[in-house]
Design a protein around this ligand. Structure first.
Ligand code: NAD
Ligand code: ZN
Ligand code: ZN
Length: 348
């Protein structure tokens, strides 16, 4: 089968021909219907080699942690009601399934995964940018039914990750409040829709160019701003001097983290979701009183079901730019050039 693989440090990922995998005991083999392109893949490939190896990423690595597929083969001893031919999405942050967090469906915060070498597909295990992918356990499968996999595959991450971050801050986001979204890419454009669907807050979205701001407007943002040196003051002005009750930073670089710190209101919440390497130093007086800063990661299985329900209800939708598997390397080039509107999705 064909797969998009990161083969050696510093090289662009390539399409290679590899053996079709066989599901082991307890595993399920999917025929991939769609795989989303996330900025995190770029972060993994741009990591210094030492860090890549220390974090135990393998070479070669098939990319793709947003996955949908058709159940193709069910391994020995799998106890599941899914049948061959079912259309499914894959809950990506695989955990041990036994610890307290996993027991509550929060496999994204599994306390055993690192020690047991359990890795998400495409981020340590072999991923979805291929014709077939092995899923470690049937509990990671979620029925898609008649939902179009290409339009919905990115709910597994670009939907779930902002949903998890936003849901936690909803008590801060009643009517009359303000939410700031920094970065209107794959995650951010869904984040705006989730805020509009769930919160009473006025949404202020920021990005670097007019195309992204236009996308933000279409997604329902109430105000859009260029993310520049004047942004903090403009947010102050829009919020009557009080600042934002919640800030969702989908970039996480030094300038955006600094912006989040400056515009956070009294008693607000700041979620740094982007992994742009920025950092913040906190002390008395350099952030509003009682502001809280979180670094959320992905989301829970229950939240993923809620995200699917939101999409089924027509309240959120992913803007998709499709590529064939053969053309997947181009999708990563376009992502780093800032040319993707919404999410790039690979369709094998
Ligand atoms: P993306 O490339 O699709 O979107 C990023 C957006 O941010 C782009 O529109 C870009 O123009 C904009 N941007 C860049 N610099 C900016 C700045 N200074 N100010 C405002 N906007 C700026 O990326 P994505 O796939 O949506 O991922 C977003 C981030 O979230 C990445 O860092 C990714 O690695 C990370 N991520 C984190 C998690 C998690 O669990 N914490 C999960 C998925 C992705
Ligand atoms: Zn991702
Ligand atoms: Zn666990």
């Amino acid at each position: 089968m064909k797969a998009l693989r990161y083969l050696a440090h510093g090289q662009a990922p390539e399409i290679v021909e590899i053996e079709k995998p066989v599901p082991g005991p307890g595993q399920v083999l999917l025929k991939i219907t769609a795989a989303g392109v996330c900025h995190s893949d770029e972060a993994v490939m741009n990591m210094p080699e030492k860090e890549y190896l220390e974090r135990r990423y393998p070479f070669p690595l098939t990319l793709g942690h947003e996955a949908t597929g058709i159940v193709h083969e069910i391994g020995h001893g799998v106890n599941t009601s899914f049948k061959v031919g079912d259309s499914v999405a894959v809950y990506g942050p695989w955990g041990c399934g036994r610890c307290k967090h996993c027991s509550m469906g929060m496999e994204n915060y599994c306390t055993n995964a690192a020690a047991e070498g359990i890795r998400p597909p495409g981020l340590g295990s072999q991923g979805a940018m291929a014709e077939y992918m092995v899923v470690d356990d049937a509990r990671h499968l979620v029925a898609l039914g008649d939902l179009d996999p290409v339009k919905h595959v990115s709910l597994t991450d670009a939907g779930l990750t902002p949903y998890h971050a936003i849901k936690k801050s909803l008590p801060k986001l009643g009517a009359g409040t303000f939410a700031v979204v920094i970065g209107v890419g794959g995650l951010g454009h869904v984040g705006i829709q989730i805020l509009k669907a769930l919160a009473g807050a006025t949404v202020i979205a920021l990005d670097l160019n007019e195309e992204k701001l236009e996308l933000a407007r279409q997604m329902g943002a109430d105000h859009v701003l260029l993310s520049d040196a004047d942004a903090a003051q403009k947010i102050r002005d829009l919020t009557g001097g009080l600042g934002a009750n919640a800030v969702f930073d989908f970039v996480g670089a030094n300038p955006t983290v600094a912006l989040a710190q400056r515009v956070a209101a009294l008693d607000s919440e700041v979620a740094i979701i982007g992994i742009g390497g920025g950092s913040m130093s906190l002390s008395f007086g350099n952030i509003a009183f009682n502001a809280a800063v979180r670094i959320p990661y992905w989301g829970s299985r229950g939240e993923f079901l809620e995200v699917i329900d939101l999409a089924r209800a027509g309240k959120i939708a992913v803007e998709v730019q499709t590529y064939t598997l053969e053309n997947a390397p181009q999708a990563y080039k376009d992502l780093s050039a800032g040319l993707i509107r919404g999410r790039a999705v690979i369709v094998p």
